[in-house]
Design a protein around this ligand. Sequence first.
Ligand code: N01
Length: 538
Amino acid sequence: MWHERFDAVVIGAGFSGLYMLYELRRRGLRTCALEMADDIGGTWLMNRYPGARCDIESIEYSYGFSEEIQQEWVWTETMPAQPEIEAYLHFVADRLDLRRDIRLRTEVTAMRFDDDAAEWTLETAAGERFSARFVVAASGILSVPLEPDIPGMSCFGGTSLFTARWPAEGVDFTGKRVGVIGTGSTGVQLIPVVARQAQRLTVFQRSPAYTLPWRVRPFDDGELDGLKAQYDEIRAAQRAHPVGAARLSAFSLLIDMLSRPPIRGASAEDKRRAVAERGVMGALDWGDVFFDIDANRMATELYGEAVARIVDDPRTAAALVPTHPFGCKRPIIDQGYYETFNRPNVELVDLRSTPIAAVERAGIRAGDGLHELDAIVYATGFDAMTGALTRIDVRGRGGISLKDVWAAEGPVSYLGLAVAGFPNLLVVQGPGAPAAATNFVAALEQHVEWISECLAYLRAHGHRTIEATPEAQREWAELTTALVAPTVLMHPSCNSWYNGGNVPGKKRMYMGFTAGIPEYRRRCDEIAAAGYTGFALG
Ligand code: N01
């Protein structure tokens, strides 16, 4: 059997894996990255659906570690679309000569830690074996698609499409009757684009989204060069910002809201003006919505009024108003989402009143009606944060299973970096790290650099192992839970990938650190400087 040995193995060759590979190689560790897909790019390879785009500005949603890369790469739009981000990652991989250490089409199916040898052995779907002292899971926070379990799905006579496995050659919907299931970030991006092409679009909506309109534009002549000239300041501001994105983005909007006046104290005139002048944005832009569920409901009511000003049909407008609290799911920004429902070829099916009974050969049966379709697009989300590791049979000390630990205790970790009982397995932005509500690239860079320093420290000090202690892990879970306790993030009416509520049977627990990246970095650096407190070094 094929068996290779490395100092470190990185799982995944997306944004995190590429930088991790570069860092470890730079430190002199013999490293390879194993990638299950047939190319690099991670989430930006798989999610090629129409309309896929980042909701953070390109100059911030990009690596900051290399001045050469940030100066050489040319972004064409303020918020980059999927093809441009995919191309950027190819540019980076070539520029850093990473490909020679990346194994594509190499799916890790199992990995076991050998206590005596203090090393991991990984097995792949093709039966290869790799051993390494350290494994870094750079396997992504949103990389395992969640396929719904709707009766009859496999009987559909038309084309079934999954947004997270979109065909590379694209799909032509011209003249087709298309159904879309799912109205999260993905559905909200996809729906306006498909509506412009399809003969008919039926949106099957279980939970309406809160979404804010956004203008994406190409850079003006010379604008990008001007920004590049200020890159030091831009990166410094980004580094100091809680969400790792100081320029306007879906996340920084939320941070800005915290400093607004409360809706509770607002007069009817204040509220009316907010909606009249700023539409859905004005409806939600209040300082108390994250902490006070009644204030949040008042904002939702205003939001409904703002939606009704855009959507012509009153029943459709009413059906588009969410029932979960604003802020408990990831923020969404859109381009022409609500306006799409005024098109004559678009219909909304509210699954709250007419649930899907089954998928049939000819289409989708919801309530009493059969909606005849040529294609169904599933935009139904991900088994976030934990899914990429629980689909691998990960066995730590004494053969304990990571999947079992997370099923029993919830998605626990220390710092979102390591799990007690699983030595020498470091996770880039695991559950408990800041990633969920931040600019992921800023968050991953901090993790990659911390992990890289950590492995260098272990080497320099002759340690063979590093392992989170159960006490430190418990305290971290208490801290992350306490941080969200005064907010609406864990409200019972909210099923979100943030809290595991979107996956049937998954233990509910908030899977992020919400005090921001600078505070998180401060803690991580303090822990490292003190000799890795909360970790046992062997
Ligand atoms: O997934 P989601 P997503 N029947 O979980 C519905 C990132 N992202 O892929 O809420 C009917 O948000 C489900 O309904 P409900 C971003 O972090 C970023 O859209 O469970 N409906 C919901 O409406 C984002 O948060 C970007 O009731 C079903 C939808 O499917 C994350 O990815 C762009 C169903 C899933 O929404 C995930 O977004 C895209 C069923 N059986 C994604 N099962 C940008 O950067 C599920 N649903 C802009």
